[in-house]
Design a protein around this ligand. Structure first.
Ligand code: 5AD
Ligand code: SF4
Length: 440
């Protein structure tokens, strides 16, 4: 028997790419590939790419350059580019980087086995279609691997919001929701394989509108149905748009115990003028109102967000409004970025803010956000949280997991096992993690 071929996947960007990489590994698993952590041993290398910001795409090209010696050492090595850079730049990648054998967009992973065959036969293959069929349904099933206790499940893809800065509506396409029955089936399968926490993924996940019994289901109804699955203990979802935060979803934060008290709700800017220019279709005040309602439903909700500084036309005053919004909300965690023009988006046509001004604003915003994060981390000391342990930590005997608020928590105690959910009292706080002891 020939030895299994080895597949190395490097994943960039969002959690949906992490999920997609797992599905690609399963698809190629059916063609005889096993996953390796060492690119030097690989027969196929796939870069699952992100196009959201400029540096992300540039990183892919430099990574491809770095793979050249591997290809020289092993001429049979096949190199593929998947994900959103593949979708946006398809043929351009082939031209710019002759060592690439395969380009596959995010909607056609189920065609990978056939593409792999073509590539093995010496062809170069590009597929960046937006087909009708559900790529997850048509993926060949790989071996039923046991899964880590916390898993992702894609329920929705694409986006119809067209924020002026964003490539997602172009690379991932229009909003599509997977039918309820398929989501439930996949969730049950995950739970059978040891999963206790599921994070529902979608570019605009709270716009979920899947076909279910009796008509179209929203995200809240889907979450309530998932919560009935025995053995599934925790549910999260990401990423959301403020305008799709409907009443029943807000209410679920208060009355569905399996829905975790952590919410990533990007606002991007605190200035109404910039929000309008971004085509976000809400004001800062509306966002703050929404936060109030969420906190009324679940007072200990930990909030996370995304921010962009230096969007075309942003003045000092606009930026101050962003700082004011951040102060008003108080985030437990957040991401902030300097605006980068993405070709093909409306904002790319507009004149940007000078680089040094944008850098300075980013620094100031990040200082404030880090301060808030540190304060929240420190405020956890002495509190009891529930932790789902996922894996061994860096130190001997240590196990790490996530609190209900998505804090990384480490505990050193021989009684702790992977997959266990335990009460932990927090005794120490670092900027990105907490330490604690089991509550007997
Ligand atoms: N420039 C900078 N940041 C961006 N994001 C999306 N597009 C851009 C861009 N062109 C950020 C937004 C989004 C997050 C995933 O990435 O904050 O919420
Ligand atoms: Fe992009 Fe999110 Fe806006 Fe959709 S809602 S266009 S994914 S930033």
């Amino acid at each position: 028997m020939t030895e299994a071929r080895k597949l190395y996947i490097k994943t960039y960007g969002c959690q949906m790419n992490v999920y997609d990489s797992e599905r690609m590994a399963e698809a190629l698993g059916a063609s005889g590939y096993t996953v390796t952590d060492t690119p030097e041993q690989a027969d196929m290398i796939l870069l699952n790419t992100c196009h959201i910001r400029e540096k992300a795409a540039e990183k892919v090209y430099s990574e491809l350059g770095r793979l050249k010696p591997l290809k020289t050492a092993n001429p049979d090595l096949k190199i593929g580019v998947a994900g959103c850079v593949a979708q946006a730049e398809g043929e351009e990648i082939m031209r710019r980087q002759p060592l690439v054998d395969l380009v596959v967009g995010p909607q056609t992973y189920h065609r990978l086995p056939a593409m792999e065959q073509a590539v093995r036969a010496g062809e170069r293959a590009v597929d960046t279609d937006f087909p009708e069929e559900d790529k997850f349904e048509h993926l060949p099933k790989g071996p039923r691997m046991k899964r880590s206790p916390a898993a992702f499940l894609t329920v929705q893809e694409g986006c119809d919001k067209f924020c002026a800065f964003c490539v997602v509506p172009y690379t991932r396409g229009a909003e599509v929701s997977r039918p309820v029955a398929r989501v439930l089936r996949e969730a049950r399968d995950l739970v059978d394989r040891g999963v206790r926490e599921i994070t529902l993924l979608g570019q605009n996940v709270n716009a979920y509108h899947g076909e279910g019994e009796g008509g179209t289901w929203g995200l809240a109804r889907l979450i309530r149905e998932l919560a009935r699955i025995e053995g599934l203990e925790r549910i999260r979802f990401t990423t959301s748009h403020p305008n799709d935060m409907e009443d029943d979803l807000i209410a679920a934060h208060g009355d569905e115990p399996k829905l975790m008290p952590y919410l990533h709700l990007p606002v991007q800017s605190g200035s109404d003028r910039i929000l309008k220019a971004m085509n976000r279709k809400h004001t800062a005040e509306q966002y703050l109102c929404l936060i109030d309602r969420l906190r009324a439903a679940r007072p200990d909700l930990l909030l996370s967000g995304d921010f962009i500084v230096g969007f075309p036309g942003e003045t000092d005053q606009d930026f101050e409004a962003t700082l004011a919004l951040v102060r008003a909300v108080g985030y437990g965690q957040a991401f902030s970025f300097k605006y980068s023009a993405r070709p093909g988006t409306p904002a790319a046509e507009r004149e940007g803010v000078p680089e040094d001004v944008a850098s300075d604003r980013l620094q100031r915003l990040q200082a404030l956000l880090s301060q808030q994060q540190r304060d929240v981390q420190r405020s956890m000391i002495g509190r009891e949280v529930s932790v789902l342990f996922e894996k061994p930590g860096r130190l001997p005997g240590q196990m790490v997991g996530k609190s209900e608020y998505l804090h990384a928590v480490h505990v050193t105690d021989p009684r702790v096992e992977t997959g266990q959910i335990a009460r932990v009292r927090i005794t120490e706080a670092a900027p990105n993690s907490l330490g604690g002891v089991l509550v007997a």
